[in-house]
Design a protein around this ligand. Structure first.
Ligand SMILES: Nc1ncnc2c1ncn2[C@@H]1O[C@H](COP(=O)(O)OP(=O)(O)OP(=O)(O)O)[C@@H](O)[C@H]1O
Ligand SMILES: [Mg+2]
Length: 296
């Protein structure tokens, strides 16, 4: 089925500096109540010892926006996400979330990791999802109600009494997502959350995440290596350059109507541009590691 679109637009950022247009601009998803907070990254630099991982990063994430972050392995995507969560202190520049400087753990943010090893194996699924509300003082009835609500949201209404070890990889990731959402974060940071899943499960979860994002109205920053995934989910796709001193290379606005039709000519066109853009950075990254393209 062909879904009518309003087209897709590539917005190269001018090489080294990100140009994220319109800080408070409305997110182009009609009929959706936005609850998400904005994130501003200004002239950010992060180092580990003498190694400068990212440098001069500027990015504005709009309230309720879904931003996907792509770039070569090792360029600093997870590092940037961790800095937004407040897990890593920048060497230079700053990050603000809803206007407050991120300094220590970001109270607006919830993080979903690639691996669902973060689940508490000794707790039931319900207890895992209710963990955050319990820590915030919710009584037992509210914990059960909240867990049931979010398990239903991720398509696991009957799994509450199971233990994580009894679940498939896809189910475990759904539980992880429900556990993060149960804290009602206004910023959800996702680091390759579907990276370890098979292609079919991945596609199902992408569609579900799109639905959940529209329903909750939160802001999402989502790291992936999968261009298709980014074009399914993102309002904007941000491409990082090869490290060291990785920067934001380009930003693509994706206006195609949701749910996205991957076969639409505009989406195919953007896929090809993104593929070439990222491939150039992957080659640069390998070259920086002493590996030439003809050796690949
Ligand atoms: N805690 C740390 N201490 C020292 N170096 C680190 C640390 N965390 C990450 N790095 C280095 O920082 C660089 C960026 O790592 P990061 O994990 O952010 O990359 P990435 O873009 O997420 O890669 P991938 O796509 O493979 O997940 C890498 O060179 C990595 O070795
Ligand atoms: Mg990573």
């Amino acid at each position: 089925m062909t879904v009518p679109t309003r087209g897709t637009t590539a917005v190269p950022s001018g090489g080294t500096t990100a140009v994220a247009s319109g800080g408070q601009a409305a997110v182009p998803t009609s009929g959706r109540t936005v609850t998400g907070v904005p994130v501003e990254v200004r002239d950010l630099g992060i180092s580990f010892g003498a190694a400068e991982i990212v440098s001069g990063i500027d990015l504005e994430v709009r309230p309720g926006e879904f931003v996907c972050l792509l770039g070569p392995s090792g360029c600093g995507k997870s590092t940037l996400l961790s800095a937004m969560a407040g897990f890593i202190e920048p060497r230079a520049g700053e990050i603000t979330c809803n206007g407050d400087e991120v300094n220590g753990s970001n109270p607006h943010a919830g993080m979903v990791f690639q691996s669902s090893e973060a689940l508490f194996e000794w707790m039931t699924v319900t207890q895992n999802v209710a963990y955050g509300p319990r820590m915030h003082g919710a009584n037992k009835a509210d914990q059960a109600r909240i867990a049931a609500e979010y398990l239903a949201m991720v398509g696991l209404p009957h799994a509450g009494k199971k233990f994580p070890a009894q679940l498939s990889g896809g189910m475990r990731q759904r539980v992880q997502i429900a556990r993060v959402l149960a804290n009602q974060p206004s910023l959800v940071l996702m680091d390759e959350p579907f990276g370890a899943l098979d292609a079919q499960t991945r596609q199902v979860l992408q569609v579900e995440l799109d639905r959940i994002w529209r329903h909750t109205g939160c802001t999402v920053v989502f790291v992936t290596h999968d261009i298709d995934e980014a074009l399914t989910l993102a309002d904007r796709v941000v491409v990082m350059s090869a490290g060291p001193k990785a920067r934001i290379k380009s930003i693509y606005e994706v206006h195609a109507q949701r749910p996205r039709d991957r076969a639409h000519p505009d989406v195919i066109d953007m896929y090809e541009k993104l593929r070439d853009d990222i491939r150039a950075e992957v080659v640069a990254s390998l070259r920086n590691q002493g590996i030439e393209e003809d050796q690949l």
